[in-house]
Design a protein around this ligand. Structure first.
Ligand SMILES: C[S@@+](CC[C@H](N)C(=O)[O-])C[C@H]1O[C@@H](n2cnc3c(N)ncnc32)[C@H](O)[C@@H]1O
Length: 333
């Protein structure tokens, strides 16, 4: 089923309707991934047994399931909620971590700026690459409202000078160039003319098919040339591979089905392009990160700290950590 592009956060709903547990994290660096995981593990480890935990902008529950893994070591498990404004349904779409996902109470189509929880419900509020996509004045006010006095918060946000933003910028440019190219029109024409030539078999139809093959080859060659020296070609390679498989399917699929598959690929690329742009816009520079710290202090945050999030062998910057507690009583700040 194709989701409606006019829905709020359509680009994220499309992403979470695929078999992905999480987004954004550096996919090439297992070591880097583990160092972020270690920080999250320490955060959840420090919580009291039976703690209530909230994951803001949970997506398919990548962070919430890390809380579940820690919870499973406790005599009394945590109660873990995850909210997201997108149309999430992790149990339906994610094939990994099934046993962990069932332990999370997911709230789809739920805004961080208007949380459906009473004041001071949670012992901990966490978020990974999500609060920076929102109106932070409203979402952080909500986050601290639902946090108990003495409760802990930890947020990971995109950094303006981080490697994830660099990769997003590159991929957003690639997606835009592909969407503006003749790739989809040329592929649609190629499929139609190949099928026509094989069905009608006149010299004219065969000549038209040959023309379409030449046109399609020129479009592919041009795209390959444009991206030949790009450091990260994963988006381009995945997309071109998906499109190249379509002509080979024409004997087992109707033109109508192939056209729908081509449109689905274009739809996914449009969503990806929108997501990559949103991520670039969300990234926070050092000055804005310091403003978030001050804002959290103003809301009653105590021991509020700002640290660079680094990963991998090269200590790549992958964000800012914002952490602290909610002052137990006035004067604790
Ligand atoms: C970069 S993803 C991070 C997802 C997840 N935390 C992870 O690490 O995989 C950002 C998420 O924030 C969600 N989001 C953006 N704005 C939101 C809002 N105002 N309220 C709730 N969720 C929002 C998006 O739908 C998306 O799932």
């Amino acid at each position: 089923m194709m989701l409606d592009p006019s829905d709020p956060l359509w680009e994220w709903s499309v992403f979470w309707h695929s078999d992905q547990l999480q987004s954004c994290l550096p996919d090439t660096s297992a070591a880097g991934d583990q160092s972020l995981q270690a920080t999250w593990r320490a955060f959840f480890d420090a919580l009291p047994t039976g703690a209530e935990v909230l994951d803001l902008g949970t997506g398919n529950g990548g962070l919430a399931t890390q809380a579940v893994a820690v919870s499973k070591t406790r005599a009394k498990p945590f109660v873990i909620h995850g909210v997201d404004l997108a149309d999430i349904a992790p149990a339906q779409f994610v094939s990994s971590a099934k046993d962990l996902l069932t332990e999370v109470v997911f709230h789809a189509r739920t805004s961080m700026e208007k949380l459906p929880f009473p004041d001071e419900q949670f012992d901990a509020v966490a978020s990974q690459y999500a609060i920076e996509y929102t109106n932070t004045e409203t979402s952080l006010t909500e986050a601290l409202r639902v946090l108990k006095a003495g409760g802990h918060f930890r947020f990971l946000v995109h950094a303006d000078d981080g490697v994830l933003k660099q990769r997003c910028r590159l991929q957003a440019g690639q997606a835009e160039q592909i969407l503006n190219s003749d790739l989809f029109v040329a592929t649609g024409t190629l499929l139609r003319r190949l099928i026509d030539a094989e069905t009608i078999r006149t010299a004219e139809k065969i000549a038209e098919a040959e023309q379409a093959i030449a046109m399609s080859k020129a479009v592919f060659d041009d795209l390959e040339k444009r991206f030949a020296h790009d450091e990260d070609r994963s988006l381009v390679d995945n997309l071109l591979t998906a499109i190249r498989t379509l002509p080979g399917m024409r004997r087992s699929h109707s033109m109508q089905t192939l056209a729908a598959m081509l449109e689905e690929i274009r739809h996914l690329l449009l969503a990806q392009s929108k997501r990559l742009k949103a991520m670039q816009n969300a990234a926070v520079d050092n000055a804005a990160a310091s403003e978030l710290v001050n804002f959290l202090r103003g809301l009653g945050g105590a021991q509020v700290e700002l640290e660079a999030a680094k990963t991998g062998r090269d200590s790549d910057c992958v964000g800012h950590w914002l952490s602290g507690t909610k002052a137990a009583k006035a004067g604790d700040v």
